[in-house]
Design a protein around this ligand. Structure first.
Ligand code: UAG
Ligand code: ATP
Length: 497
């Protein structure tokens, strides 16, 4: 493709060379450069990749896009290279990549979900409802990329713009008519989603998070970047109960639809009367929706937060004109890998996997599960090695307070000894509840077996920390460890019913 066909949506100065330069592909990482490529020089949080200009040219780069001038001697040594200068190379990369891949977002109904918590869950719910309505759906987020019969992992919740555009092309080429994706504030701030127009933007909620070096400078800045989603979508579906919704919507250009539990005037609302559901295969909630629609809904995910995520999903579905049957089917079948994921091996007790690996997530999970009034709430957990000890104290404290029995074991030990990590967890437990009952079983597989062997009728066993991860890390070596399969295999071997 010729450069002149890629640059239509950016402003630039042609420093040298020609717009008729052939572009074989676009790169933002010098280590991946191949001959004929266009290299976008980015001023990152760690490196300024303008310093790799000579290196990529040596590897055959034909075009450079820069944001600040290169040293004169570097430019002098690359007379054959086309150089464009622009104000913001991250933004330029997004526009160049969109053009390079033929503006794939325009070929699908784009739905973006932002918020501190609930992005992954809500995107899964929306996908399930769309699929139940017969749509072919692509999904992008923390759990990776999904499209019919395909899945792969990602490094970022919202991928770098070039990767995002490549993925969107892949989805469109696979026949997806819709794409639902998580849009992180970082993704907006770093122009990873620049140029993408959304049919619907969803806001779940906002808590102080992601504030610090390399992320956001303040809560207000964090909020304002999330708010930018509502300047690039047609319809905004927002949580009317969140006190940050109004400031976040400042400057919005979309039509707004609201949902909530407390806000009496929300377009889609659920009261505080809801029913907790528990069967062998499911922990869920049932509730009534009123406002713009009247309907009874059942969600196969637990807790009050599931009602919020379901309300957002219902509002999206209604805005898209999807039928009620699809809403019911989608909400009662949506599963998020590793997030309160039930492993239905017994009628007598419930065993589930969850990715909670810090104090806040563990506390929220424990409180959610307690509401189902299990005979005992048992938690199997450890903490990662070579990571903050605060997590160990925090998770220990919360589990000692809220669980009836703790099985202390390994998480990803990395280069630490499991016994030392458990000793730290016990410090936190002692603070939370010095009388907490627990057992120490360093090998996680033995811990799972112990939990199953000693399960009592009506127990709820939460195996937390690893969620969807498929390995355990000991001394930096990762070996396969898929908890779901290990639990199923052991329960079958023991003839558990
Ligand atoms: C702080 C931050 O967001 N960093 C992101 C950013 O990296 P950066 O700007 O720091 O990059 P850098 O290391 O300074 O390098 C600058 C440039 O030099 C290039 N480079 C570097 C080395 C080299 O040898 N050659 C070379 O060309 C790099 O490819 C890059 O283009 O751009 C990278 C490429 O897109 C991202 O992978 C990286 O995300 C890091 C891993 C990260 O942890 N980000 C978090 C904060 C994040 O984005 N999280 C949100 C989720 C938040 C939520 O859950 O709500 C997300 O969307 O993932
Ligand atoms: N709407 C919500 N409000 C508060 N907590 C929620 C909500 N939805 C889910 N949670 C809780 O937060 C955890 C993470 O949920 P989810 O993965 O959907 O959020 P996320 O926004 O994708 O977060 P992250 O960026 O950390 O992956 C869940 O396991 C659940 O305990």
């Amino acid at each position: 493709m010729l450069l002149k066909h890629l640059v239509k949506d950016i402003s630039y100065t042609l420093v040298q060379g020609s717009l008729n330069t052939e572009v074989s592909d676009i790169y933002y990482d010098s280590r991946k450069m191949t001959p004929g490529g266009l290299f976008v020089c980015i001023v990152g949080t760690q490196r300024d990749s303008h310093e790799f200009a000579a290196d990529v040219v040596a590897k055959g780069a034909a075009t450079l896009v820069i944001q600040h001038d290169l040293p004169a001697e570097v430019v002098a040594a690359m007379p054959q290279v086309t150089i464009l200068k622009t104000d913001n190379t991250r933004y330029a990369m997004a526009m160049l990549a969109a053009a390079y891949f033929g503006h794939p977002a325009g070929e699908m109904t784009m739905i973006g979900v932002t918020g501190t918590k609930g992005k992954t869950t809500t995107t899964h719910m929306i996908k399930a409802v769309l699929e139940a309505a017969g749509h072919r759906v692509g999904m992008i987020g923390t759990n990776g990329v999904y499209y019919p019969n395909h899945h792969y992992d990602l490094n970022n919740t919202t991928p770098e713009s070039y990767d995002l555009q490549r993925i969107l092309r892949q989805l469109a080429d696979a026949g997806c008519d819709s794409c639902v994706m998580e849009v992180s504030s970082q993704g907006i701030m770093m122009d990873r989603v620049a140029g993408v127009r959304y049919k619907i933007g969803v806001f779940t909620n906002l808590y102080p998070d992601h504030i610090g070096p390399g992320e956001h400078q303040s809560f207000e800045e964090y909020r304002s970047w999330k708010g930018h989603l509502f300047r690039r979508c047609e319809i905004g579906v927002v949580n009317a109960d969140d006190e940050n919704t109004a400031p976040l919507l400042e400057g919005h250009t979309c039509r707004v639809t609201t949902y909530g539990i407390d806000a009496a005037d929300a377009d889609f609302r659920a009261g505080h009367e809801y029913k907790l559901l528990r069967t062998k295969n499911m922990l869920g909630v049932a509730f009534h929706v009123s406002g713009r629609e009247e309907m009874d809904v059942q969600v196969n995910m637990p807790g009050l937060f599931s009602i919020y995520n379901a309300l957002a999903t219902i509002a999206v579905a209604k805005e898209l004109g999807l039928p009620d049957e699809a809403i019911h089917q989608g909400l009662s079948t949506a599963v998020v890998k590793g997030r309160v994921e039930l492993v239905p091996v017994s009628h007598r007790f419930t065993i589930l996997l969850d990715y909670a690996h810090n104090e806040a997530a563990t506390e929220s999970l424990m409180e959610t599960l307690r509401a189902y009034k299990p005979t005992r709430l048992v938690v199997v957990f450890g903490c990662g090695g070579n990571r903050s000890k605060l997590r160990r104290y925090g998770m220990g404290e919360v589990c000692a307070k809220l669980a009836d029995f703790c099985i202390l074991t390994e998480d990803n030990n990395r280069f630490e000894k499991v016994e030392d990590i458990i000793a730290d967890i016990k410090v936190g437990m002692n603070k939370g509840n010095p009388d907490a009952k627990y057992v120490e079983i360093p090998d996680r597989l033995d811990a799972l077996h112990y939990a199953i062997d000693n399960a009592q009728d009506g127990d709820m066993i939460a195996v937390i920390g690893k969620g969807h991860e498929a390995y355990r890390d000991r001394e930096g070596i990762k070996t396969p460890f898929l908890e779901r399969e290990l639990i199923e295999e052991y329960a079958a071997e023991k003839g558990i019913e």
